[in-house]
Design a protein around this ligand. Structure first.
Ligand code: NAP
Length: 248
């Protein structure tokens, strides 16, 4: 039997990058995948087709994770379409990097709303279902930047550190109902988000990583597979670094 056979999963922000990698690995593991996107409709529909061809149920939803109302509506639709939710992966995220000197209020608020408020919105929306089922796994995509900070990313680092505090609190609140909540802290994962960066700087980063390479979405997806499945049945409230040894 496949590791996630018959499990219903919601992934936010899976039209590309890490979220897409998670959807693909989960589809192969037998999970039914409901996923969201913000504006990339064509790639989202393409992924929906790719996953359906694996023989699992898959559906793309346009939904802004930063909106409380849209998150409620999304979860209601997913419940109608899939009949349950076993795993939630809060992956949607953006960057708006600037030194604090130049960081406007909007740069700060938007990053907090999309990266952190979204985690509250979605967790709140699935909570009742998971409580009724008396089981669930919630995985929050934080970052090594949330653990150690980074110059030029005060807004992003604050959002990712906030996710860790949220994760640990939810693990404490919901553990008695067999609902687990963990965070993943990816290091440097090569996606579109990092494709905007200067190649020389990127090569210097790769050289400084103990495993001597950037990670790929599958590296992160495999850690999610562990946290989503019963292999991690006794793991909650943790932050799993997937960073090639960067923070060691
Ligand atoms: P990405 O390639 O930029 O993809 C971001 C995804 O989030 C896209 O699917 C995007 O949808 C979606 N999204 C953006 N805003 C949204 C919103 N308001 N509502 C719903 N979906 C939204 O990013 P990535 O590199 O895969 O990163 C994924 C997560 O991992 C993020 O939380 C990021 O902070 C975290 N992370 C990444 C790295 C890294 O090195 N790449 C390292 C540590 C942590 P559209 O395509 O429609 O815009």
């Amino acid at each position: 039997m496949k590791l996630l056979e018959g499990k219903n999963v919601i992934i936010t922000g899976a039209s590309r990058g890490i979220g897409k990698g998670i959807a693909e690995v989960f589809g192969k593991a037998g999970a039914n995948v409901a996923f969201t996107y913000s504006s990339s409709e064509a790639p989202a529909l393409e992924l929906e087709k790719e996953l359906s061809a694996m023989g699992v149920k898959a559906k793309a939803y346009k939904s802004n994770a930063a909106s409380f109302e849209e998150s409620q509506e999304l979860v209601a639709k997913v419940l109608e379409d899939f009949g349950g939710i076993d795993v939630l992966i809060n992956n949607a995220g953006i960057t708006k990097d600037k030194l604090l000197m130049r960081m406007g209020e909007e740069d700060f608020d938007t990053v907090i709303e999309i990266n952190l408020k979204s985690v509250y919105n979605m967790t709140k929306a699935v909570q009742r279902t998971m409580l009724k089922q008396r089981q669930g796994s919630i995985i929050n995509m934080s970052s090594v930047v949330g653990v150690k900070g980074n110059a030029g990313q005060a807004n992003y680092a604050a959002s990712k550190a906030g996710m860790i505090g949220f994760t640990k609190s939810v693990a404490l609140e919901l553990g008695s109902r067999n609902i687990r909540c963990n965070a993943i802290a990816p290091g440097f994962i090569e996606t579109e988000m990092t494709g905007k960066l200067d190649e020389k700087m990127v090569q210097e980063w790769r050289d400084a990583i103990p495993l001597k390479r950037g990670g790929n979405p599958e590296d992160v997806a495999n850690a999610c597979l562990f946290l989503a499945s019963d292999l991690s049945a006794y793991v909650t409230g943790q932050v799993l670094n997937v960073d090639g040894g960067m923070l060691t």
